[in-house]
Write a protein that binds this ligand. Structure first.
Ligand code: NA7
Length: 542
């Protein structure tokens, strides 16, 4: 972007993470002039920011790789089955270099606003610096979890130690990971026990003098089953990429795990227990995605698996009182995102770790010295907020997006997002929201659903060009029907009944609504293909 002349492009992509990089590659291939605008100082999105110790994939590394380049697949060797953040960031930088993507990316530039100019049929994007640029197509590639959320606790600004959100963990100036913030021997507090908290707690507990975990609600965590990839496994992975990606295409969450099609209620207790035992150690989401198909739709089936995982927690945590605090009582297994772990529960057997249940003894304020609950003050040197994100919609609505007739996207979405296919919203022509709300973004192995989104949008833009069309937006009827369908599909699951970031209920004041397509990726893929085959049915093209 420029402060002098307003630069014009065919497409502007916001975000240079996994999705944005691939969209840039595809649109450039199509011959479009493209500008990617990125707030960070480098590529990588979620992997650029989340540099906290313990941050790693919950997807199998090989299933997370970009699938579009055979050469890339063969030259890159993942070292662990669940890649740690520094390696993933190195991978994404390798991709950016290999395909010469950086030349079209403007870093350190945060988009403040985007306005649709109906007369010129184009979007004008404005950065926080005041710089502007214009393009026919505006594509958000912001990721579902990129708007970090700090809690509002009285006194936060008075804390004299070091405090930050996990998303903003300081970078190691000499490497791809996080800086050593001096946890060793120190008094550390962590607020939050979601997937992030569970990862960082295990690492910090290794060296902290004392670690106090402030838990509001526990989650059901299961073993990751990580390990190094041997030379033999590496060769096998590289020889079987087509099968790996084919498998992902047919699985619910675009992962290598497939649910057992039987009901948990139709098999004997012994058979059920044997399957749970087999899947519990991992790898990855084996138990969540590989157990019986009805555990996320049938309360009785869910009770059985929840009871199994509760027993595992009781076995692993020595103090029965602490074990009970770590067992969720307000939701069943898998109805919120399952954090994966290696020794999470054993951490609470360590003498340097304290679990504070803040529903029993709420945090009253942050003091200059630490955290004051209704029970006592915990003195801390470092306070880590693992408090999550304004997920799925937050990163989009934080940008002041104005469509036709002055319509603001955040006003339109005030009662929940409204889109067609998760990709466009009526009144916002030529704005595409990749891995956005009501799409397949977050119940998915992100690169797989990102590739699906990117390839579909690229084909759509090609179709428009080939048909001399310059403007696309969904009809109101198509959008209304999709909003209803997303709700209906979600309502058939136990996930919609549970408070989580999937429903937006983790954000104070956010309208509770299921934010993502919960019908699985094979169905979503089919719907997208069908819409395209019918000449982009449901879209108004002009
Ligand atoms: P999550 O899963 O939203 O977890 C956030 C955690 O922070 C969770 O335990 C929250 O408790 C807790 N939290 C949030 N606000 C507060 C306040 N105000 N006080 C105390 N505790 C609070 O975010 P993550 O970053 O762990 O994971 C997000 C996704 O990233 C994850 O699912 C993966 O897909 C990757 P709560 O449960 O709301 O009671």
């Amino acid at each position: 972007m420029s402060t002098t002349a307003v630069q014009q492009y065919d497409a502007i992509i916001i975000g240079a993470g996994v999705t944005g990089l691939y969209q840039l590659y595809r649109l450039r291939e199509l011959g479009l002039s493209v500008r990617v605008i990125e707030a960070a100082g480098g590529v990588g999105g979620t992997w650029f920011w989340n540099r906290y110790p313990g941050c790693r994939f919950d997807s199998e590394s090989e299933s997370y790789a970009y699938s579009f380049s055979k050469e890339l697949l063969q030259e890159w060797s993942w070292t662990e089955h669940y890649s740690p953040q520094p390696e993933t960031l190195r991978y994404l930088n390798h991709v950016a270099d290999k395909f010469d993507l950086r030349k079209d990316i403007q870093f350190n530039t945060r988009v403040r606003a985007a306005n649709f100019d109906a007369t010129a049929n184009c979007w004008e994007v404005e950065a926080e610096s005041g710089e502007r640029a214009r393009a026919r197509y505006l594509i958000t590639a912001l990721g579902p979890l990129s708007a970090p959320m700090m809690p509002k606790i009285p006194g936060m600004e008075t804390f004299r130690g070091t405090a930050f959100h996990t998303f903003n963990w300081p970078a190691d100036p000499k490497g791809w990971g996080g800086a050593d913030v001096g946890v060793k021997g120190k008094r550390v507090g962590i607020i939050g026990t979601g997937a992030t908290g569970v990862q960082v707690i295990q690492e910090v507990a290794k060296t902290a003098g004392s670690l106090t975990v402030f838990q509001r609600r526990p989650n059901w965590c299961t073993p990751l089953g990580n390990g190094p990839i041997s030379a033999e496994e590496q060769a096998k992975i590289k020889a079987s990429y087509p099968e790996i990606f084919a498998k992902c295409k047919t699985s619910f969450a675009s992962m290598v795990h497939d649910a057992d099609p039987r009901s948990a209620l139709e098999v004997s207790a012994e058979e059920r227990e044997a399957l749970f035992e087999k899947l519990y150690p991992g790898p990855g989401f084996s138990l969540w995605l590989g157990a019986f198909g009805d555990i996320l739709t049938n309360q009785k089936a869910n009770d059985l698996i929840s009871d199994f995982v509760a027993r595992k927690i009781r076995q692993r945590v020595k103090d029965p009182k602490i074990a009970e605090k770590l067992i969720p009582k307000d939701h069943g297994f898998g109805t919120r995102r399952v954090p994966l772990e290696t020794n999470y529960y054993e951490v609470y057997n360590q003498p340097n770790v304290t679990l504070v249940d803040i529903r029993e003894t709420p945090i009253e304020r942050i003091t200059p010295n630490g955290v004051k609950t209704s029970d006592q003050e915990y003195e801390l040197d470092i306070l880590i907020y693992a408090t999550g994100f304004d997920a799925v919609t937050g990163a989009i609505t934080r940008i002041d997006i104005t469509g036709e007739g002055g319509l603001k996207l955040k006003d339109k979405w005030a009662n929940g997002p409204r889109s067609y296919l998760g990709l466009q919203s009526a009144g916002f022509p030529n704005l595409f929201t990749l891995v956005g709300p009501q799409g397949n973004s977050a119940l998915c192995n992100v690169p797989r659903c990102a590739e699906l989104n990117v390839e579909w949008v690229t084909d759509f833009i090609r179709h428009m060009r080939d048909n001399q069309q310059t403007c696309a937006q969904p009809s109101k009827a198509a959008e209304d029907a999709w909003v209803d369908q997303v709700a209906e599909v979600a309502d058939a699951t136990l996930l919609a009944k549970t408070d989580s970031w999937y429903t937006g209920s983790n954000v104070p004041g956010k309208k509770r609504t299921f934010l993502i397509w919960a019908g699985g990726n094979p169905a979503y893929r089919e719907i997208l293909a069908d819409v395209a085959a019918k000449g982009y049915a449901g879209f108004e093209l002009g």
